[in-house]
Write a protein that binds this ligand. Structure first.
Ligand code: ARG
Ligand code: ZN
Length: 865
């Protein structure tokens, strides 16, 4: 059934307190809930009370201590309706029976490697007991857990532990009380054999908070980085947003079977193990960075999500967009800001832009949904974070902080909407946000076209801007919206020219600071479909640096010439745009080679581009991690997204051609980079060592693409001498580019070494699944039967099946075998875990981008069977 935002109504009843009792068992688990019900002030008295419930067996139902008679309620597969509740307040008591041990959906209460755990967001609580499962029902919870003491020595829930003790027959119990009212999607329970790493954090007001990270005992040594990340996040939120933690205990539990990354349950975060466990030998720099970011993300939810929550699920981006923005800022402050920004924009372009241009396109705040689980998307999360970032770009960091303070002041302990957030930002700054709100309701990526011209006699520089939002699924026409356009102008020596005043179509605005100096970057407000800006007192023809820092999630089209882009690549003070200039040339180059291929012409490489890359690679004043990003070409999926009709084979061939040309032209430079960035020091997660490894690994990848004895030998040496996973897996990937005996040999050596470590074998599965080797679907099908694979574990499925869909040449192969493989997998997965199945099926959602032959194949597989 489709649910619409416009149909939102307040619940007729609120819940004040909820006492839960869990009797955990092997055959079944009994859940008793005791709720104090009140009606909301304007609520319809004696209206029926509708409770959600899925796969739960009702054992008893009492109102004010009396059994409800047969005619007093009705029960369907999804709902329990109490027809004539008494006058409020009243007590509602429900006993249900569930079977967590048979729950393969990994929603509600389930078992993962013998331990009980929960996942309730978005609508998992209804799989535990009958409840008004909606985020605007906020109650104070106490949770009593009862279980066998030897099997489940550790019993955890939200809030503070207030009592525990032994019971008869080898059982014991624990009683938890959460003093903060919360929606049921933040409820959590964990029971099992777990050990903890314990630490402590003293908050800014001097309160001591116990920190515990729970895993199976043998994994405790791998939680050092997670604990470091947690403490860093707690400190950062105090310093940057003035947000202090509000309880005396904070628990994190790592479980191997988890649909998503992690969950921000109040004071009991539950994580996918891959986002907690790390050691230098088993986790790569990318894993370490992801752990830092996600531990931060879930911790930050305590304020943006838990203390202030969502009124309904259409508002998901209120907490997710904002919290992603906060975790991005946290990671930027902990490492390199430019590199983090580049990585986030790449992610947006690879995943969100295609989503917003295809049949799954939806606004940051969707207007309707059928299954909420399918709306945990890159649009709600990543584009949502860009929308939050634009407030900061428009209002400045200081203004943004004022807006955040007002948001918390107004809405602490409430369930609110994106409009409330918008209003807080606007009111705190008495800002004119014009048509900015449309970013929440209009889907599609705006195309921002900019033509520039310089008037040498008038000393003016003009920008003509046009914005256009293409039609998207369900939204044929769009209105223009406020786009913050950050820009700078470079002089002939590469320096930033002072910007002293700008005419914005209505008036001339001075840009001078208090001392009368011009600024180097200005944020223009593009509000109309067409708008002109004129900078005055520009004494020489400048090279414009447009959309600095990627100040808005748009597709920029401009008349900046290739030679000016090369100039920006060499000089722009905005590091993001420096990288972007190289990418723009790279995109143009590869796409022109794609057309050449399609027309049967010979391929040539642009020498200036290669020379630009050489200067970047050899520029010792640049950050090495930045260099690694700057010499990496746009991904195939980003390139296909730019084509009218995507041609995966031509894109792959053209991109590989450029990779090899660059590798052979810069062979010596790459060899030097590998040799000078090798190190025998112990692994450290700090910017300098990560940057060194990143540059070394990218260089090694280029060299191995040449498939020459010497470069392959080098990669093999790197593989054999690697002392950390970052370098080991990079060397393996370098070697695995080239089919042959060596590839097979090293892959099996790697498996032998790591077969006991499930997280590492996931990397091994993914590396093979992602391979572009022709006909790789056969290998992937064979891996389904490998002991390293397990259909019930989401991480395994994402590595093998998801990995395979990441290889465009193989997934979109013309023989249709790739589509058939995914079609078969989705059918099987759907019976086990619908959430995982629907995440996998989304690979089909780009089908309209492809030629008719492929469209037919995809339709036949996707819909016909
Ligand atoms: N709120 C979690 C986060 O931190 C994600 C929960 C996802 N749940 C789901 N059913 N898709 O982002
Ligand atoms: Zn989140």
């Amino acid at each position: 059934k489709e649910i619409f935002l416009k149909d939102y109504e307040k619940p007729d009843y609120y819940f004040e307190t909820v006492h839960l009792n869990f009797a955990l068992g092997e055959e079944h688990t009994i859940v008793h809930s005791n709720i104090s019900v009140v009606s909301h002030p304007e609520g319809g008295a004696n209206a029926p009370l509708k409770l959600d419930g899925v796969d739960v067996k009702l054992r008893s139902l009492k109102v004010n201590g009396e059994d409800v008679k047969d005619g007093g309620y009705s029960l369907s597969a999804k709902q329990l309706i109490l027809h004539r509740p008494p006058s409020t307040p009243f007590k509602l008591e429900i006993t249900t029976e569930i079977e967590p041990q048979n729950n393969t959906t990994l929603e509600g209460l389930y078992k993962s490697t013998g331990n009980f755990c929960t996942q309730c967001e978005a609508e998992g609580f209804r799989r535990i007991t009958f409840y008004q499962d909606r985020p605007d029902v906020m109650a104070k919870f106490t949770t009593r857990i009862e279980a066998d003491k030897s099997l489940y020595p550790v019993l955890l829930s939200n809030g503070n532990l207030i009592e525990q003790g032994d019971l008869s027959e080898g059982r014991h119990y624990a009683l938890w009380e959460d003093p903060f009212k919360k929606p049921c999607y933040l409820f959590a329970l964990v029971a099992g054999q777990l050990a903890s790493r314990d630490d402590e954090f003293t908050t800014c007001s001097g309160r001591k908070v116990s920190l515990r990270i729970w895993t199976p005992a043998q994994d405790i040594p791998k939680t050092v980085h997670a604990m470091y990340s947690l403490k860093a996040a707690m400190k950062w939120d105090e310093e940057v947003f003035g947000r202090e933690y509000d309880l005396d205990l904070f628990n994190i539990v790592a479980v191997p079977d988890f649909n998503m990354g992690a969950m921000e349950n109040k004071s009991l975060n539950i994580f996918n193990s891959r986002l907690v466990l790390a050691s230098p030998e088993t986790a790569s720099d990318a894993d370490y960075a992801a752990i830092l970011g996600v531990i931060g993300h879930e911790y930050f939810h305590n304020w943006t999500g838990n203390r202030v929550t969502c009124r309904d699920w259409f508002q998901l981006s209120l907490k997710e967009g904002l919290t992603v923005f906060r975790d991005q800022e946290f990671s930027s402050d902990m490492g390199s800001r430019a590199v983090k920004r580049i990585a986030d924009v790449v992610r947006l372009r690879i995943s969100q832009f295609p989503q917003d241009a295809g049949p799954m396109s939806h606004p940051v705040r969707p207007h309707s949904y059928i299954k909420m689980d399918n709306f945990y998307t890159v649009t709600v999360y990543e584009k949502g974070a860009e929308v939050v970032r634009m407030y900061q770009t428009l209002l400045s960091k200081k203004g943004f902080r004022k807006g955040m303070d007002l948001y918390f002041e107004r809405h602490d302990s409430q369930a609110v909407t994106c409009d409330d957030f918008y209003a807080a930002m606007r009111d705190a700054n008495t800002a004119n946000l014009a048509n900015f709100g449309l970013w929440y309701s209009q889907s599609g990526t705006p195309i921002l076209t900019i033509y520039t011209s310089y008037d040498a006699s008038a000393h003016t520089f003009q920008l003509k801007c046009r914005q256009e939002i293409p039609p998207t699924a369900g939204q044929p026409t769009k209105e223009p919206m406020l786009i913050p356009l950050a820009i700078g102008l470079l002089g002939s020596k590469g320096q930033d020219l002072p910007l002293t005043s700008v005419y914005d179509g209505a008036s001339l605005k001075s840009l001078k600071d208090d001392c009368g100096n011009g600024v180097t970057t200005v944020v223009l407000r593009v509000e109309k479909a067409e708008q002109e800006f004129i900078f005055t007192d520009i004494l020489e023809r400048p090279v414009p640096s447009l959309l600095r820092g990627f100040s808005a999630p748009v597709r920029l089209v401009s008349d900046v010439a290739d030679e000016d882009l090369l100039f920006l690549l060499a000089h722009d003070s905005d590091e993001f745009n420096r990288w972007e200039a190289g990418q723009t040339i790279g995109r143009k180059l590869i796409l022109s080679l794609v057309s050449a291929l399609q027309q049967g012409k010979e391929l040539f490489i642009n020498k200036d581009f290669v020379n630009g890359l050489r200067s970047t690679l050899c520029n010792s004043s640049l950050d090495k991690e930045f260099i690694a990003k700057a010499i990496t070409l746009p991904a195939e999926s980003e390139l296909m997204d730019l084509m009218e009709v995507a041609d995966p084979d031509a894109v792959h061939t053209a991109r590989r051609f450029v990779v090899k040309q660059i590798a052979s032209s810069l062979r010596q430079e790459f060899l030097d980079a590998v040799n000078t960035n090798r190190s025998n020091e112990v692994y450290e997660f700090n910017h300098e060592s990560m940057a060194r490894r990143a540059l070394k690994n990218v260089s090694l990848g280029y060299l191995a693409s040449l498939n020459e004895p010497e470069t392959i030998q080098l990669a093999l040496n790197e593989y054999n001498t690697a002392t950390n996973m970052t370098e080991q897996i990079a060397a393996l990937a370098a070697i695995a580019q080239n089919p042959g005996e060596l590839r097979t040999e090293v892959l099996s050596k790697f498996y032998e070494q790591w077969q006991k470590d499930s997280l590492v074998t996931n990397k091994w599965l993914a590396l093979q699944a992602l391979s572009d080797i022709p006909g790789n679907v056969k290998n992937v099908e064979a891996l389904l039967d490998h002991p390293a694979f397990d259909m019930k574990n989401p991480n395994k499925v994402y590595s093998l099946v998801g990995g395979f869909c990441g290889s465009a040449v193989n997934f979109h192969a013309k023989d249709g075998l790739g589509y058939r493989f995914l079609g078969d997998m989705v059918l099987k997965l759907d019976k086990i875990n619908p959430q995982v199945a629907s995440r996998m099926v989304s690979a089909f959602s780009k089908w309209k981008k492809f030629d008719l032959h492929r469209q037919e194949l995809a339709k036949w597989i996707h819909m016909g069977r």
